[in-house]
Design a protein. Structure first.
Length: 489
């Protein structure tokens, strides 16, 4: 990845975090960072107040820092705000935060010193990941968690290495990574930005994107297993209203249901089948918009203060990310709506009065539970998905003597979307299990290509249910199969 070389997409960001690319720093970028440093140096020795450079933060805004104390103040800034708590976030979080900080700093507006920038690049290249506790940021800049992360970069704290946490100073020394002395503005460049928000939102959106792809595939299998009337996906019908995403999703289903011998059981199905195109389409549109907002956030400058050309340093509101917070919340609501439809389809496929198939899709009948216990797990997962759809981006507590009286709570919105997407993927696994069983109990000789591919992949890992058996382990297997096949669709 070329830092400062253009817009970084969500996919490129995720790939880089997972080690699929290296970071390149061009001479032009180094020159841009040095030019910005000249302005920082002039401001640090000047008389004009610059927030966080020669003034205190928050309610301490009126306190001026003596020029000779500015360098030492960088460490005070970080240590005094390292109040994050809770279990560590996943290992890749600190690494994603590193990349987010580097991409944003590459705009040339952070004022970061070149030696600190190079240090961040070296830590990223080493594969290390600073430990980040789970709680602390309210999204108005991620200071508290960024500060704990920054301390690890300075050798004070913990680093992830190969799945284990180690003393940061020891592991940096072992790898020969020297810790630079902080220069004026470096403390703020490390903590006062939205890098954690960017990192957490990237993971959430990546998981949600996978979940939506899986949802299409599991719903497609349900359409075949249930014998749903595919005419509802006719493009001519769905083009009558320009609802976001509806036409594209309808065309996708129409294309992947074609060329099969699937006879519909009735003229009109329940809404959980009939409204797949508008519901999935709305969710896809919500995801696409959220990714667009994320890319604007990731490739922008969320620092305050910033360096603006040849001007003096200026305070900004750019650490505040309400658009991203609202987009994440909207996507959580969309997943909850989709989950309700999945549960309804699961239940309908087990009803012999609706399908003409054996009760609970049990080939042996009698006292056999068949697949009906899966309805309980599906309902439990749906409840968990609804819980994560409840908003967290309203009514934050004012802090810092009410100077910071608004906050978007974006990190919390991202964390709950990640958790929700993981649960949703398990629900997709259940729907696929049930749909595949329903298909096995039919006599359809010709299946559409993707349907056949999905069914074959599922049966390669999970045998058809005959006698009652423990189906719990099969849920995760089915979700993994769906994820793998959906990735290529």
């Amino acid at each position: 990845m070329q830092l400062g070389g253009g817009t970084v997409s969500l996919s490129a960001f995720v790939d880089a975090v997972r080690g699929a690319s290296t970071l390149n720093v061009s001479p032009e970028l180094r020159a841009r960072l040095n030019t910005a440093r000249d302005i920082v140096d002039a401001a640090s020795s000047g008389d004009a107040p610059v927030y966080g450079l020669n003034t205190g933060l928050g309610a301490n805004l009126g306190h001026r820092i003596n020029p000779q104390d500015i360098a030492a103040f960088q460490y005070q800034l970080i240590a005094g705000r390292a109040v994050a708590t809770g279990e560590p976030l996943p290992e890749l979080t600190g690494r994603a935060l590193l990349l987010a900080r580097l991409i944003s700093a590459s705009t040339g507006h952070s004022g970061i010193s070149l030696r600190l920038f190079d240090h961040l690049v070296a830590v990223f290249a080493s594969g290390l990941s600073p430990v980040v506790p789970r709680y602390g940021s309210i999204g108005a800049g991620d200071l508290t968690q960024n500060a704990t992360w920054a301390l690890a970069l300075l050798g004070q704290g913990q680093m992830w290495r190969d799945g284990k946490t180690e003393d940061a100073g020891a592991v940096l020394a072992a790898l020969g990574i020297d810790i630079p002395e902080l220069l004026p503005k470096d403390g703020m460049a490390l903590i006062n930005h939205g890098g954690l928000t960017t990192a957490l939102a990237a993971d959430a959106l990546h998981s949600a994107r996978r979940a939506l792809r899986m949802a299409r595939c599991s719903a497609l299998l349900s359409c075949v297993g249930y014998g749903a009337n595919g005419e509802i996906f006719d493009p001519e019908i769905n083009e009558l209203r320009d609802s976001p995403g509806q036409t594209e999703v309808a065309s996708w289903f129409a294309r992947h249901l074609a060329f099969g011998e699937i006879a519909p059981r009735r003229v009109q199905d329940a809404l959980s089948f009939r409204v797949l195109a508008p519901v999935l389409g709305a969710a896809q549109d919500t995801l696409d918009r959220a990714i667009m907002i994320w890319e604007a956030e990731a490739n922008g400058a969320s620092d305050s203060p910033v360096v603006l050309g040849n001007q003096a340093m200026r305070s900004t509101p750019n650490f505040h990310a309400p658009a991203l917070a609202l987009a994440l919340e909207g996507l959580a609501l969309a997943l909850s709506m989709m989950a309700n439809g999945a549960v309804q389809r699961v239940q309908r496929m087990m009803n012999p009065d609706l399908t003409g198939l054996p009760r609970y899709l049990s080939p042996v009948g009698g006292a056999s539970a068949g697949m009906v216990p899966l309805q309980k797990t599906a309902a439990a997962l749906s409840g968990e998905i609804r819980r994560h759809a409840l908003p967290v981006t309203f009514d934050p507590a004012p802090v810092s003597e009410t100077v910071e009286d608004m906050a978007p709570m974006t990190p919390a919105a991202a964390l709950k979307l990640s958790a929700q997407a993981d649960v949703f993927q398990q629900l997709c696994g259940i729907e696929a299990l049930v749909a595949a069983q329903a298909m096995d109990l039919q006599t359809v000789e010709v299946l559409p290509s993707l349907v056949m591919q999905l069914h074959t992949a599922l049966r390669a890992k999970i045998p058809m249910l005959q006698e009652d058996r423990a189906l719990g382990p099969d849920i995760e297997k089915a979700a993994q199969v769906l994820s793998a096949v959906a990735e290529d669709t």
